[in-house]
Design a protein around this ligand. Structure first.
Ligand code: COA
Length: 336
């Protein structure tokens, strides 16, 4: 690794991968007491992608997303010196998903590790990767947010199960001679005293007292939907406003605010309070549901491929999730 110097950082390419299988709201009505109208109105979700447990995994979705990002960048895996995967659904605690992805794209002996920050995984990973490239400690980093939440979803819990989907989003970050390029503001925060709002118990002892009266399925996500909703509506607005104040930008100076796709009502509430134009807040939750750490990465890839990130204008990524965690990342980009 090279001596520290203040480099600029550029997103050289993005990619994403989602499972083949679509699970529609109508599919849920066959297994749960729910309806298409309820799900659509309360969440904005029409369908989500669900991994085939025999053929699709966090590992291979991550690998495919990163390979597409490398292809878009015109780079080889061997040019990466670090791979970071944000996920809460790594197949195994050891090895990490990142080491297998790095090997699969030909990046050995790049450093590789997973970040566990729930739905903030991609934004946390982008912030860490950007800092590594900016400081000169890394030349090129593959960043991935990926989940197979279907593996940890209790399909008898109608509040939780209808929300989640599987997928992966990736970006390749490279150094640039212009230090003005890259992340101009980042935040990564957490409040672990509120973990009971959204957690994934492994052993009976993990179940908090507040949940002892409920039916809890070990190995599956548990969520207090109303608590998370209240937290998210306030936090989204606060994080966006803090990031705007820190960068002295106004909301409409940004080409996009890329929000974690948690619930359309949460995104809309923040958008309206801040006064952002609807076309500046990308939404794909209708097609993918909440893909946790993957959601911001998938949005970033779709926006990039659709040419919706205006060259020369900054954009913001913002997320919140289990932990509770929240994070933002504001990027400046090169003009056309
Ligand atoms: N279909 C039909 N009814 C449902 C339902 C479903 N899938 N899920 C819950 N309900 C019912 C509840 O049982 C409740 O019935 P009751 O009044 O008879 O008790 C009623 O709908 C209202 O429940 P409530 O929890 O208040 O609904 P809500 O409007 O808050 O919507 C969520 C529920 C989960 C969609 C919403 O709370 C939410 O999105 N929370 C944030 C989740 C999130 O973002 N999590 C990820 C964080 S990264």
């Amino acid at each position: 690794m090279n001596a520290p110097r203040n480099w600029g950082v550029r997103i050289a390419g993005t990619g994403s991968a989602v499972p083949e299988r679509r699970m529609t709201n109508a599919d849920f009505t066959a297994i749960l007491d729910t309806s298409d109208e309820w799900i659509l109105q309360r969440t904005g979700i029409s369908e989500r992608r669900i991994a085939d447990p025999n053929a699709e995994s966090t590992f291979n979705l991550s690998r495919d997303a990163l390979q597409r990002a490398l292809d878009a960048a015109g780079m080889k895996g061997s040019e990466l010196d670090l791979v970071i995967v944000g996920t809460l659904t790594s197949e195994m605690p050891c090895p990490s998903t990142a080491v297998r992805v790095a090997a699969a794209v030909g990046a050995v002996p790049a450093g590789a590790f997973d970040i566990s920050a729930a739905c903030c995984g991609f934004v946390y990973a982008m912030n860490v990767a950007e800092t590594m490239v900016r400081s000169g400690r890394a030349k090129a980093v593959g960043v991935i947010g990926a989940e197979t939440l279907s593996r940890v979803t209790d399909y008898t819990d109608r509040t939780c199960s209808i929300l989640f989907g599987d997928g992966a989003g990736a970006a390749v970050l490279v150094r640039d001679e212009d230090p003005a390029l890259g992340c101009i503001h980042q935040s990564m925060q957490a409040d672990g005293s509120r973990w009971e709002s959204l957690y994934l118990p492994v052993l009976p002892r993990d179940v908090p007292e507040s949940d002892l009266q409920s039916t809890v399925r070990l190995g599956c996500l548990r969520m207090n939907g109303r608590e998370v909703f209240k937290f998210a509506v306030t936090k989204f607005r606060e994080v966006i406003e803090e990031s705007l104040a820190a960068t002295r930008l106004s909301a409409n100076d940004l080409s996009q605010v890329i929000c974690h796709q948690s619930n359309i009502r949460i995104i809309e509430a923040a958008r309206e309070r801040i006064g952002l134009d609807p076309e500046k807040v990308y939404v794909n939750i209708d097609r993918y549901g909440n893909t946790s750490a993957a959601s911001v990465g998938i949005c970033l890839d779709e926006l990039t491929r659709a040419g919706k990130l205006t060259p020369g204008l900054p954009f913001m990524m913002v997320a919140f999730g289990g932990g509770l965690t929240w994070a933002s990342s504001v990027w400046s980009t090169r003009g056309a």
